[in-house]
Design a binder for this molecule. Structure first.
Ligand code: GUN
Length: 299
């Protein structure tokens, strides 16, 4: 008898489908109104991983037919320089989405920079106004990674009402907004973290487990309820057997796959969804400026 193995949730394919729909809608928007969605990315310093992310965001924005501009500032840039650039992008009517890549160099306060972005262009969904809109049911922007996780979950479970969801991690970018989205989907939600008593036992109760702790292969196979859906947000670089870096998630994949009903791989799970959702938020911003909802552009 072979061990049961979970279905693999193919985030790469799902994200491709989403980007195809976004491209079609962006084209319809431009034909109807003349507006082309514009995304401005700000990269301060030369962190190689951040540079790769920003480049990929720009490439995928262009592939979706968007206007994409990248602004680079030196690692020594002052807070005033960053704030001045954000102010110029806030005022630029061709820009519908502004993304300031994090982390920022230590001399720059990320909270002040995020607070300076026009909330209606804050396609990362990090501004306190958008946080407030998320919890109060207003029309804002949902942070891209939790939004991507939700889309994958909805595809697998069109009705999540009454399911027990455990979110592992309480970051502002992923864990907390994820928990809010799952509450809105009528799940019974637990947010577990480094101070949770008996983390494994909490996880074993989860029909849906979202792991976002940033610790390689932290969640073990015996933490997974049989048949559960596991969403792995982690992207951790660890040395591979050949000495080269290899990417692993926050979940020990092979062990978890033997127990789960469905699981996202790393890479190719949540990762591609984040950029697709950034494009989705940028299109949404452009549509709202024109008084439309993106769905109105279909057909
Ligand atoms: N750094 C890591 N993830 C993100 C993200 O989603 N948005 C921004 N702006 N920076 C990040």
């Amino acid at each position: 008898m072979t061990a049961p193995t979970a279905d693999i949730i193919d985030g790469k394919a799902f994200a491709q489908g989403l980007r195809d729909r976004i491209r079609a809608r962006a084209q319809a928007l431009s034909e109807r109104t003349g507006t082309v969605p514009g995304l401005a990315a700000v990269l301060v310093g030369d962190d190689p991983a951040s540079a790769v992310y920003v480049r990929n965001k720009g490439l995928q924005a262009k592939e979706a037919g968007f206007l994409s501009v990248e602004h680079r500032l030196a690692a020594s840039a002052t807070q005033e320089e960053v704030l001045r650039l954000v102010a110029a992008l806030n005022a630029d009517p061709a820009v519908h989405g502004i993304l300031v890549q994090l982390p920022l160099p230590p001399q720059i306060d990320p909270q002040s920079v995020i607070a300076s972005i026009d909330p209606d262009k804050d396609v990362d969904g990090f501004h306190v106004v958008n946080r407030g809109r998320l919890v109060s049911g207003g029309k804002g922007f949902v942070p891209c990674t939790p939004l991507g996780c939700l889309l994958l979950l909805r595809d697998r479970h069109p009705d999540m009402a009454g399911m027990r969801a455990v979110v592992l991690g309480r970051s502002n970018i992923v864990g907390r907004p994820m928990a809010e989205l799952l509450v809105q989907a009528d799940c019974t939600v637990t947010v577990a973290h480094s101070r949770t008593r008996d983390l494994a036992e909490e996880c074993r109760r989860a029909d849906i487990l979202v792991a976002a702790v940033g610790r390689p292969e932290f969640v073990r196979g015996d933490w997974i309820k049989p048949g559960a859906t596991v969403i792995d947000v982690g992207i951790n670089r660890v040395p591979g057997p050949d000495g080269k870096a290899r990417l692993v998630g926050d979940v020990a994949f092979a062990e978890a796959r033997a127990a789960a009903g469905a699981i996202t791989p790393v890479p190719g799970g949540v990762g591609p969804m984040t950029i697709a959702c950034l494009l989705s938020n940028t299109l949404l911003s452009a549509c709202r400026r024109e008084g439309l909802e993106p769905e109105q552009l279909d057909g």
